[in-house]
Design a protein around this ligand. Structure first.
Ligand SMILES: [Zn+2]
Length: 245
């Protein structure tokens, strides 16, 4: 049987291509200077970054694929004989935008340090807001699926853990009779959530959304190799985590 990507001991999705260094170093200015061929080459390099940019079958993981003589690049797997394109098996499959726009969406998404809205992307790239909304959701879902992937190795080496509380507070009218102390448990809405992020230095990142920081402790234990070093940047805000890590 032909060599398969799984045989390299990396698992079929050892790292999602959106989380690769190749995706993180995309810049908008370089993307917009690319020709169509350069944009397709860049997408190929990012998509198959785990295999040095060489296409492998998205269906069976076989590493031997033949390039088909077609206008848009397509390949045929030597293992399962199925054909695949640049976007087959990705969230961009069957979508009608140019590859350059996909690269721009990835760049805006991974470089947007405070989040990227669908409306902003639709205005920046002049695409339908519904398309950008769907693509952004798919990007988030595919990155979230990493956490639930049983083949994914634990974080190791030096791992930094940090977190922040989001949501659950609507600014009330400031009338003294209505004032509530929202620090008290009985006055909280239950909608407030903590986003905890564990990150290897210069490596992979795992986000977790939990109701309170103590609930992240078993998740951190599950996803970070024991013996890893965890310098906790804001220990005073993450008391429960700091105690166990
Ligand atoms: Zn195949």
């Amino acid at each position: 049987m032909a060599r398969a990507y799984r045989d390299k001991g990396l698992g079929p999705m050892s790292q999602h291509f959106l989380l690769s260094a190749a995706a993180r170093t995309l810049s908008l200015s370089s993307i917009f200077r690319m020709s169509d061929d350069e944009a397709r080459d860049t997408f190929k390099r990012i998509r198959w970054s785990a295999n040095g940019g060489d296409p492998f079958c998205p269906h069976c993981g076989c590493l031997t694929a033949y390039t088909l003589a077609e206008t848009l690049p397509r390949w045929k797997c030597s293992g399962c004989r199925r054909k695949f394109s640049l976007t087959s098996g990705t969230l961009f499959h069957s979508r009608k935008l140019p590859v350059r726009d996909y690269l721009a969406i990835i760049a805006l998404f991974v470089n947007g340090v405070k989040g990227t809205s669908a409306l902003q992307i639709s205005r920046d790239l002049n695409i339908n807001p519904k398309s950008s909304f769907v693509l952004l959701h798919k990007l988030r879902e595919s990155m979230g699926s990493q956490i639930h992937n049983p083949d994914e190795p634990e974080l190791s080496g030096t791992v930094q853990v940090d977190g922040a509380y989001f949501g659950g507070h609507v600014k009330p009218e400031n009338r003294k009779v209505d004032r509530k102390d929202r620090r008290l448990a009985e006055e909280q809405t239950g909608k407030r959530q903590v986003v905890i992020v564990a990150r290897e230095i210069m490596g992979r990142t795992r986000p977790f959304v939990v109701s309170r920081e103590s609930e992240a402790v078993p998740l951190i234990r599950q996803h970070v190799a024991s013996g890893s070093n965890h310098p906790c940047r804001r220990i005073e805000r993450l008391g429960a985590l700091a105690r166990v890590l």
